[in-house]
Design a binder for this molecule. Sequence first.
Ligand code: FRU
Length: 514
Amino acid sequence: MTEDLKGLALDAIATSAAADDPDYPSFHVVPPVGRLNDPNGLLVDGATYHAFYQLSPFHPHRKLVYWGHSSSTDLLHWHHHEPTIIPDSFYDRSGAYSGNAIVLEGRELDLAPAQAAYQLFYTGNLKDPVTDERTASQCLVTSNDLTSFTKWPGNPLIPTHSQGYTAHFRDPQVFRDPDRPGEYRMLIGVQRTNETGAAVLYRSRDLVAWELEGELSFPGAGGAFDSFGYMWECPGLVRVKDEDTGEDWDVLIWCPQGITPEREGFENIFPCVYTVGHLVGTELWDTDGTFHEVDRGFEFYAPQAFARRPSEPGPVLLTGWAGNASEDDQPSIQTGRWVHALSLPRALSLRNGRLIQRPATDLPDDAGQSALVGRPLETGQYEVVELRGHRSWQLRLEANAAPSSGAWGLRIGSDQSHVDIVLDEGALRVDRSTSRYTQYGAVRTVTLPEGCEPVLEIVHDRSLTEVFVGDGILAFTLRSFVDVSSSGARLLVERPLELTSASTRTFPPRPDAL
Ligand code: FRU
């Protein structure tokens, strides 16, 4: 008898105590039970945002990966839905791995054999129980209402890896070809048979029949990406506008495993990087091989952008996994049988070839100004009274200090157990060494990019903190398991300072109906 994998997952969810865990974030996407990893199939549908994600409901007992599903109308209140892709087909029974979504409209719908507005692409992972040999295929799930989902009967669309590559061939990103209307492209992260990483492109007119075009190459990059790690996971191309020039760029964001550049950064097990160019055919032009990490924090990986209908344009929103591979031994596994979360969506733009990321949930214009604003602050600590008693909040601080004029920042938690986020001598220093989660990094110092303004924006949600410096020029995501009995934050001032602005808002605990 075949197992009822959906029923088993629903049972695990029904008995979950995750929402009672004091570390369970209030306004982020979190798993209803078990382990979450990459965001998948992110999409905007009118006024509703949908986030799917890698979900292992039985973690740590059984590593079986589904697609979980949450939705929100404000990016702050997320509702759990039933798991969407169940790994119960011959081609995905070792896991429904990562992929993305595309939302069709008008004539596009008539031309797609699947006749469904929402098309979700993913990798079917199959491991032979006897030989352990892996087969990776690219598959389709469709929906017309985002409530019921159907696996395409013709799955798998691309049954195996192509010649010259290994079975590490996964994480499809499907997008419209802006240069050839009516055609679609699929970007897949791969490993060559010589064990170097790359990405390949496929092309389709109907989203069902796919033809290999070739490997993504970088003609102006001087070979920088030709032998760049042993596998590329989760590649994605997003078109982003430069704020100053108005020019459109194609930003390639991907996770090359096994690179060790000799410069500051790259401390996580695997990095997530971007490079900026213009896609022409299978070539990314106008990149000279420069790359940067998307986020400099301890936990950040595998981000992707939300898909939109062409008739509903909007900002490019990016969400990542606030976690890393093989780092699942977090306190919440013991206290609530859940682990990991997605980052808040960030609105992307570019300035001078650098990605700018701002929380998509802007503080409202009339957000309360803290009583700390507008008076000289001597060396010391100052409670941000507006945050007293709150464990989920957003705060934006602007100081009249140059970033190099003396340390200032924020302490989240109590004196015994806290995270310090400090701007000091042209650097951001994050210290979580007194928190309950330090084993994959306790203190990190990041040099601020040139011209970085003394603006510190922090989004804190119980055990997850996202830091944005200089109006989005630097992003730093981390898990922050501080003292659960303490709340709020204190301003740390090591040299006299004046805040010119300090706006705050707080969030109540989630109502959680699972
Ligand atoms: C990245 C990744 C993807 C894969 C998925 C499996 O974190 O390894 O390459 O599709 O996670 O859960």
